[in-house]
Ligand binder design. Structure first.
Ligand code: GLN
Length: 490
């Protein structure tokens, strides 16, 4: 039998369910790996050793009582912007201090009910704003495949934890690419479901019309399993969609026959340099070899995605983050009166990127500018969604890069705009609410890199096409086996 920490969620849940191994042993093996490697990776802000041990005993008792669970004993990394009752939840910010969540997010609750065991709260860019985890006030996370590089962001802690075997699967949140980009950088699969598929109850809001929880995993099948467990209507989230969730795990396929896959004319990979261009050309050719028909599609307004997102997301963030004012949660810095207390608390508690977004968002929403910026951005958002609708009349799925480069070095993107550009390929799908994923598609040398660095192929489909998307990604993953090329640097 392969070492416990190398196994997939599906394998572990089966073995624990069949009493071939106890949940306790699975958790001990995982905690030992955390103790051995997290000092050099830094995937977790808070480790949950004691809670995980107690949960493992509870799972073993449920198994002994004859209960069947789809995730029995599976160790899960939970991004630290999701509430887990009784544990510290920081959002990678100073402003939350040591705030303890009084309740558990629905998505996390469903994982726990299915037998999954949170082993740690993982690092993220502050309030999920960023693409490298460098915006966290709670320390840096290193890419486990190249320790001098970032793991991506904002769900970089979960991606790094899964890649370095400190969890079998991870939960991330994706507002403009925060599951797909770190998945690509760390050589794992990351899946953002259709907006509204997974409840946002208990996910601390960044941009509410875009935020979506999804899995990070070492196999597409595991991502499908976690998605299936989390998805479905929740009365606690008014934007959660009341629609049946089709079984995703049974939708895995072994070829792509009969599928039309769109290649986006405007996403010319030639601009990404010779090596990256060749990698994506090979990935597209591999899709064809598996039986897909490649068709050219056009998304003429996608290039405005970045500008649109960087108005809408800050606008929503400026409103959502107004609640952190020293009155109710975490940090409070006293002042002469309540106004001064707000000012001092927010000045001390938020980092520079969060402040920048609050300022931009407040400006875009202010009277006199609202129509010119916020309303205009909403109109462009509609045009982008319509472009996708038109494209999906000609194809079933779209294939494109997940990110324009592999993982970069620390402090390599010091001006905000160059960091924002990392989301060029992921933001249009987010604005349109579409399901999208990143699956390993090989590696490139990367500037100044000592080792080859992973890249991700992004696949995206129409609203609610989760099964088609995951099924196709599985066929590609199984035929190409790129994840096997990646070597851990720890
Ligand atoms: N990198 C993007 C941002 O900074 C996306 C973040 C996310 O998806 N949470 O906003």
């Amino acid at each position: 039998m392969r070492p416990v920490i190398e196994q997939s969620a599906a394998e572990l849940a089966r073995a624990v369910g069949a009493k071939e191994i106890s949940a306790r042993d699975v958790i001990e093996a995982t905690l030992a790996q955390i103790d051995a490697v997290d000092g050099s990776v830094g995937a977790y802000i808070t480790s949950l050793h004691e809670m995980a041990r107690a949960s493992a005993l509870a799972v073993d008792r449920r198994i002994a009582a004859g209960e069947k669970m789809r995730l029995a004993g599976v160790p899960v990394a939970v991004k630290d912007n999701m509430c887990l009752a009784g544990t510290r939840t920081t959002c990678g910010s100073k402003i939350l201090g040591d705030w303890i969540a009084p309740y558990t997010a629905t998505a996390v609750q469903r994982i726990i009910e299915a037998g999954g065991i949170p082993v740690g709260k993982s690092n993220l860019d502050e309030f999920a704003m960023g693409s490298s985890c460098e915006n966290s006030a709670r320390g840096i996370t290193r890419n486990p495949l190249a320790l001098d590089r970032v793991p991506g962001g904002s769900s970089g802690g979960s991606a790094a934890a899964v890649a370095s075997r400190q969890a079998v699967v991870g939960l991330g949140s994706d507002t403009g690419g925060s599951i797909r980009e770190p998945a690509a950088f760390c050589g794992v699969t990351g899946f953002k479901p259709t907006y509204g598929r997974v409840s946002r109850y208990g996910l601390i809001a960044f941009a509410s019309s875009l935020d979506q929880i999804g899995p990070l995993a070492r196999t597409v099948e595991d991502a499908a399993l976690i998605y299936e467990v989390m998805a479905g209507h929740d009365g606690m989230d008014s934007t959660s969609i009341d629609r049946d969730v089709e079984p995703a795990v049974t939708a895995m396929r072994s070829d792509l026959r009969g599928l039309r896959i769109g290649i986006v004319k405007e996403f010319d990979t030639g601009k990404l340099g010779h090596e990256i261009d060749a990698l994506y050309k090979r990935a597209f050719a591999d899709l064809r070899k598996l039986g897909a028909d490649l068709v050219d599609v056009s998304l003429p307004t996608a290039e405005f995605g970045l500008a649109t997102y960087y108005l809408i997301a800050p606008a929503e963030c400026s409103s959502n983050l107004a609640r952190f004012d020293g009155v109710r949660y975490g940090l409070r810095v006293d002042g002469a009166d309540v106004g001064e207390m707000y000012e001092r608390t927010r000045a001390a508690g938020f980092g520079p990127e969060v402040k920048r977004r609050i300022l931009i968002g407040t400006y875009a929403l202010s009277s006199g500018y609202y129509d010119a910026y916020y309303v205009k951005a909403q109109k462009v958002r509609t045009l982008i969604a319509r472009d996708f609708q038109r494209a999906f009349e000609e194809c079933d799925l779209i294939a494109c890069p997940a990110a324009s480069s592999p993982a970069f070095g620390f402090n390599a993107k010091s001006d905000p705009y160059s960091m924002y550009l990392m989301d060029y390929y992921t933001i249009p799908m987010s604005l349109a609410g579409l399901p999208a994923l990143s699956v390993p598609c090989g590696s490139v040398t990367g500037e100044g890199a000592h080792e080859p660095l992973p890249m991700g192929l992004q696949l995206c489909g129409p609203l609610f096409s989760e099964c088609a998307l995951l099924g196709a990604a599985h066929a590609y993953e199984q035929a190409s086996q790129h994840a096997k090329e990646y070597k851990l640097a720890i």
